[in-house]
Design a protein. Structure first.
Length: 218
């Protein structure tokens, strides 16, 4: 399966470090970040899980749940958490899905349907495509997909920035320009006519007729 933005995130049931998860039920009315890892006890992923634990309050403040996934057992995840706490000064404070049968990785198109066997016998390179970030909305639709190589740690501050944009543009008929940050000017969406824009936003700056800039709506 190849997932794209706008698709419904596949539902699943799985064990996690915080107990059984029925994914759509677990999402509820929240936004979600699902981020995956090729193997427990790998160096780059260790730093990522520790950093996510550190900045979890920022996700909480935005009404966003975090859930990890690795193609290993929940028992392995629990042992790995001790290493993460020791080296990164913060253990994961969010669930991590045990996907030892590769079911969720296959549902999300991160491993081929033919993947099988003992997960302990697979190397990180065998699972290198399990390095995704999915942002999922309360409507269970996929809003963002990022795929990283094993050698490059992910920028979760950027994920927060994108979530700010996604949540703003879900509430208001605007888009956010390059490198936009919370509180900066935005662009009136192209689907809004000038007449509608006058009713909604009043005046705007327009370096070109198709670039209509207004302060960020509250």
């Amino acid at each position: 399966m190849t997932l794209t933005i706008g698709d419904t995130a596949p539902d699943f049931e799985a064990d996690s470090t915080e107990g059984p998860v029925r994914f759509h039920e677990w999402i509820g009315d929240s936004w979600v970040v699902l981020f995956s890892h090729p193997k427990d006890f790998t160096p780059v992923c260790t730093t990522e899980l520790g950093y996510m634990a550190t900045i979890k309050p920022e996700f909480d403040r935005r009404g966003v749940k975090i859930i990890g996934l690795s193609v290993d057992t929940v028992t392995d995840h629990q042992r790995w958490a001790a290493d993460i706490a020791e080296t990164q000064r913060r253990a994961p404070n969010y669930p991590i899905i045990g996907d030892a049968d590769f079911a969720v990785a296959k549902f999300y198109g991160m491993l081929p349907a033919s993947a099988s066997g003992n997960p302990a016998a697979r190397t990180p390179a065998d699972n290198q495509t399990v390095r995704n970030v999915f942002v999922i909305g309360p409507d269970k639709k996929i809003k963002l997909i990022l795929v990283y190589p094993m050698t490059t740690g992910r920028n979760f501050d950027e994920v927060l920035r994108v979530i700010d944009s996604l949540q703003l543009t879900a509430r208001h008929r605007v888009s956010t320009p390059v490198n936009w940050r919370q509180g900066e000017d935005v662009i009136i969406a192209g689907s809004v006519s000038d007449d509608e824009a006058r009713q909604i936003f009043g005046d705007w700056k327009a370096p070109k007729p198709y670039i209509r800039i207004v302060p960020q709506p509250g």
